[in-house]
Design a protein. Sequence first.
Length: 257
Amino acid sequence: MNKWVRFEHDGDIHFGKIEQTYITEYRGDMFNANEPSGKTWPLDEITLLAPCNPAKIIALWNNFYALAEKQGNEIPEAPYYFLKPSSCVIGNAAPILPPASYQGRIFYEGELGIVIGKKGKDIQVSEAEEYIFGYTCVNDVTAMQLIHEKEAFSQWTRAKSFDTFGAIGPCISTLDKVEQLVVRTLVNGRERQNYPVADMIFSPAQQVSLLSADMTLEPGDVIACGTSLGAMPMKSNTKIEVIIDGIGVLENTFSPS
């Protein structure tokens, strides 16, 4: 298992692998040819960034049986999804900020994220693993009351795309046996979400295959696999931790100005 990160030191951005209490720096392309640079960095001397800079985040809705059953949703035949722009992305420890144009409730949604490693279109399910670089934690932040505010048009993109509404991190892990993972979300230390990845309607490999039939997937793109039970609104100065064993803890604080 490798844990890849992007990090900043003295204004410069680097990437590398976490090795216990330090980072081994690499040079080249995280998703292509790379090699160790010969430098190491103590974790307490750097600032972790979002581990990739996705051109797009493809985020699924209604992708867990437990949540679909509770909400009375039909099981979809193909993924329901929306897009989040790269401008919404933040990394570990960065604050989540509410937009000035919105005064309603803002929800956290702890999720597993798939990070694409190479360009692909019309990918077969049997080949999908070749296109998955690794996995990360995602907090798909949502201005929930905006979605159905206007009867004429559901505003999924706007509700999901404000600056700081796409928290990703702390790393990209090249783990396997993804079906055994559990996603947990803690709110000020209290567990609010705890659900198995095995409850997904569309597995990671199916998501990669089906979404690539609609659009080309590029290295660094992120697929947010959807959330399950327990997503709730955040209060001021709420610390949200999305925890997935084998990946780590994505921690952000909702900090209204």
